[in-house]
Write a protein that binds this ligand. Structure first.
Ligand code: BTN
Length: 327
């Protein structure tokens, strides 16, 4: 559990109670005076928290700010590594860029950078990731695993599976995984992952897991010419708004659980779940790698995250990068 100061603990107490929390209880549980409680409540209100004063009873949290805040995300967050430090920005070029810079300057493992909007969201292969404000999740996480650079792509399994699990726990939808790092619902892309690494010849210094999920994006507001592949949002697929805060907290918990498994047991269990959820195992695909294109049947992925595609003559190609489309 993170220590997010008195403000964070007040939010946590509001959440854990079933409504009104008395000023006396807050003062006792936080170990501060009633005047200090009042000052913190005033500060929280100024930051956009709607807190009602219920006469002779106490305080009740009516709503949080519309944007994701560090306080809301970290209050009572049940993680051990992910979210040790959470930075929420209103707008930035790219959360991956910010997290990468912070990691270069020594940011701790588990640091999370979230933005309400990105002006230059980075997608795979130099593409742009559409990042309008107020609706989606744009998040980057710094990890510092003691692994060789070759093994870093295994971490893609981790973020993909974490997002898939979170979609399942927060909605009634069934996500599918498409190699290497797309998450689809009914054949349309709902989330994309972009991992970036800083390494020396023998060891990884850090990896930034970049996670973009279309949560409440109104697809009719997006011109199709901006989309390279058919895209969708959880709102479009499920017909209901997704609670951004609940989704993000659940995602951080799943990332934490899976990273723990990864560190203790290696990539095997996470890769196994990736394969089970994969939309392409056993399917015929067309692989495009720049000028080169070929078709084959997907056999699986190797322990480094490469796709294994069997050509018609029986030869198995190991695909490390490129675009893969089902045929
Ligand atoms: C893809 O092309 O599928 C990968 C998209 C990754 C987008 C996310 S949004 C948060 C993070 N910051 C970025 O600039 N990109 C990633």
């Amino acid at each position: 559990m993170k220590d997010s100061g008195v403000d964070g603990r007040i939010i946590e107490l509001f959440r854990s109670g079933d409504g009104v929390v008395s000023g006396a209880a807050l003062s006792r549980l936080l170990g501060v005076s009633r005047t200090a409680v009042w000052k913190h409540v005033k500060g929280l209100r100024a930051s956009g928290y709607l807190i009602e004063a219920v006469p002779s009873k106490g305080y009740r949290l009516l709503s949080s700010p519309k944007v994701l805040t560090q306080l809301d995300l970290s209050a009572g967050l049940a993680t051990t590594r992910i979210g040790t430090s959470i930075i929420c920005l209103k707008e930035t070029e790219s959360t991956n860029q910010v997290a990468f810079r912070m990691a270069e300057e020594g940011a701790a493992e588990g640091t999370v950078v979230i933005a309400d909007a990105q002006s230059a969201g980075k997608g795979r292969l130099g593409r742009i990731w559409l990042s309008p404000p107020g609706v989606n999740l744009y998040c980057s996480v710094v990890l510092r695993p003691a692994i060789a650079p070759m093994a870093a792509c295994q971490l893609t399994f981790l973020s993909v599976v974490a997002v898939a699990r979170t979609i399942e726990s927060c909605t009634a939808l069934t996500p599918q995984i498409k190699w290497p790092n797309d998450i689809l619902i009914n054949g349309k892309k709902v989330a994309g992952l972009l991992n970036e690494m800083n390494a020396e010849t023998e060891k990884v210094n850090f990896v930034v897991l970049g996670i973009g999920v279309n949560l409440n994006l109104d697809m009719s507001s997006i011109s199709e010419s901006l989309l390279r592949h058919p895209a969708t949002s959880l709102l479009e697929q499920g017909g209901a708004e997704v609670d951004r805060l609940a989704f993000t907290r659940a995602l951080l918990v799943e990332l934490d659980r899976l990273y723990d498994v990864f560190l203790r047991e290696g990539e095997g269990p996470v890769r196994a779940e990736w394969l089970e959820r994969s939309a392409i195992k056993g399917r015929n695909v067309k692989v495009s790698q720049g000028e080169r294109e070929f078709v084959g049947m997907v056999q699986g992925v190797d322990s480094f995250g490469a796709l294994l595609v069997q050509l018609s003559g029986g030869k198995v190609e190991t695909v490390l990068s490129g675009d893969v489309a089902l045929i």
